[in-house]
Design a protein around this ligand. Sequence first.
Ligand SMILES: [Zn+2]
Length: 459
Amino acid sequence: MLYRSCNSLKTFWGILLVFCLSGYFQKTTAQNPAAAKYVILITVDGMRSEMVSDPQMPAPTIKQIAQDGIYVKKVNCVAPSSTYPSHTSIITGALPVRHGIYYNTRFNGNGNYNPTNWYADSIRTQTIWGAAKKRGLTTASLLWPVSTHSKDIDINIPEYWSLEQGIDHVQYLRDHSTPAGIFDELEEQATGKLTSQNFNPYTRNREGRTGYMATYIMGKYRPNLMTIHFISTDYYQHKAGIHSNEVKMALSAVDYGINQVIEGLHRHQIADSTVVIVCGDHGFTDVSRLIAPNVWLAEAGLLTSDSLNWKAKFHGSGATMFLYLKEKNDKKTLRAVREKLQSLPDATRSLFRIVEQDELTRLGCSPDVSLAVEPILGVGVATNLTGADVVEQQSGKHGYLSPFDPTTLVAFGPGIPKKIINEINITDIAAFVTTLLGIPFDSPDGRLVEDMVRESACY
Ligand SMILES: [Zn+2]
C-alpha cells in the first residue's frame, strides 16, 4: 500500500531508488508485493491456446500481450468446463463444490425451466471483488457471469437478460446496472445509444462497445480492479465449430475490444501502473454427434416427456449430463438407470462413459449428483427428452469433465515477467490477481504460481 499511496510524490521515487539499491525494498515487497495499482481481468469466452499461438488467428492485441508478458499455454478448467462455474472459479480460486455454482443453470426438478445462475449472492466463497473492497480498493465489472446485484462491485453492468419473449434486453440490463444511471452515462459518454440490435451477445457488435465502456470507466472512475467478459467467441464456436471463419471474425472483434481497453490506458496515462490479464473460461472441441441421455430415461419410464413426472433426470448442457434422483437414496431407480445405460446398443454405449460419484467428488462437482454421463471426444450432449437419442451435428462444445478443452492466459504490465509457462489451473488466477494488487486472499483450491510474477515489485 505504501507503494501505491506515495506514487505521486517525486521525492518518494528518490527514496525508493535508495531502498532498491540497498536491497531493503525486496524484503518489504516479499511481505506486501503489490505490483499494480490497477488490474483488468478480461475473459474471452472459449479462448483456446491456438488463438495465441496460431499465426492464422486474427488476434494481434492478444498476441502482443503474450509477447510483452506471460503466455500460459494451458489453463486447466474446473469440472464441468462450463461458463458460469469457470468464471466463478476464476474470481474465487475455488472449485464448484465450494463456491456453489455447479452449472450455468440450477437444476430444478419441478419442470423444464432451470433458472440461470445470475446472482452474485449465490456465490458461497470470497471473491476477488470482495477482497478488493475489504482493503478499500474500488471495483468495476462489465458483463461478468454471476455478478448481478453484487454488493462488492462499485460499477457493474452484469451479464443478465430475461428469457421472456418480447423483452428489450438492453433495457433489462439498464435497469439492473449499478449505480443507477451508469448505463445512461455510458451511452452518452462512451458508446452512443444501445439497443438489442447493436449490443447483442449473439453478434460481434457488443465487443467493441464493451471496450469503449471499459475505457471510459477507467478514465473517469479509475477502479483498481475491473473484470470484463467478451462472449462472441463462445457463440460462434458453438455454432459452426472451432475452425470456422466466423470464429475468426468473432476473435477479431474481441481483440479490437481489448485493443480499445489498452489504448485507453495509454490515453489516460495509467498504462505503466496497470496489469492486463486475458484468459478464457474454457476451451472448445469440435463434435460431429450428440447423445441425448434423457431420451433413455424416458424410454425406461423414469421420466415423462413433459419432464413433470420423474424419478430420474439428467441435468447439464454441452458436454456432460448429471443424474439427479427425485429421492436421493432411491437405489431401485439408480439401478434401473444403470441397467438402461448398459442395455444400449454397443455403437451407442461406446459414445460415452459413466462417471461415478467418487470421481465426481474428487473433481469438485455437486454432491447431489448420483452419476454423470460424459461423451467421448468428438461427441456432445443434447437435452431433448423425445426424438432421436443420437444425432449427427457438426458444432463446437465444451463442458466436459475430462481435460478435453483447456483454456489459456496472457498478461502483461508491472510485476509481470516475459515468460512462457506451460500449465496452471484456472483456480490459480484469483491468487495471481490479488497478489498483483497486494491484497490478502485465501484461495481455497488455487495457489500463486510464482513464475507468473516478478520476485520484486521494485520496477
Ligand atoms: Zn464460456
